[in-house]
Design a protein around this ligand. Sequence first.
Ligand code: SF4
Ligand code: SF4
Ligand code: FES
Length: 203
Amino acid sequence: MEKITFQINDREVEARPGWTVLETAREYGIEIPTLCFHEAVLPSGACRLCMVEIKDGDWSKLVASCIYPAAKGINVYTETERVSNVRRWIFEMLLAQVPASPEIADLAARYGVTRTRFPVKDPEEMCMLCGLCQRVCEEVVGLSAISTVDRGVHKRVGAPFLRPSDVCVACGCCVNICPTGAMRALFDSIRGETKTTLTQLTA
Ligand code: SF4
Ligand code: SF4
Ligand code: FES
């Protein structure tokens, strides 16, 4: 199959048909931070942390690299001022949204962001509503033991209709894929109890 040739940070790279910019960057060891992306499930473009800049002369635009297809001749930049600014903005929003997540704090600190200018609503919150747990349960495990419930500011992850369910097989995939530690915290909170399924917990 014909490869797709383009540039990342002025370096020529080759992608297979169907690859995204992020997949190509990873193939070449070029770092782009991600949160809602995982190879095991379809990308959703939810968190926007993987933004990169595509330039063509004086024209440029920011795109989410995990859902942007590799295309012949494009010029992608992963570390421009615009990219840094949007990353900082997203990290600051995350620090306010999920202040109790050590994983997010560590990742943000790696990119030089240790504070947020945004108000913290819930100091205990760990879930950034990225949907990875729901997608892995559905796409990989083949179940729908968890889902997002409610809307807007009340939106959260839980069992369907927040009722107990025996659908969950306690496989732990959602715990392993969760980028913030929210699922681990939930499972840890019931360790030692007889009820060991996530769905029972959220009832
Ligand atoms: S532990 Fe339960 S909710 Fe989590 S992925 Fe497995 S079946 Fe789904
Ligand atoms: S529990 Fe974790 S994986 Fe699930 S939506 Fe929240 S942050 Fe994402
Ligand atoms: S990793 Fe690309 S939008 Fe979240």
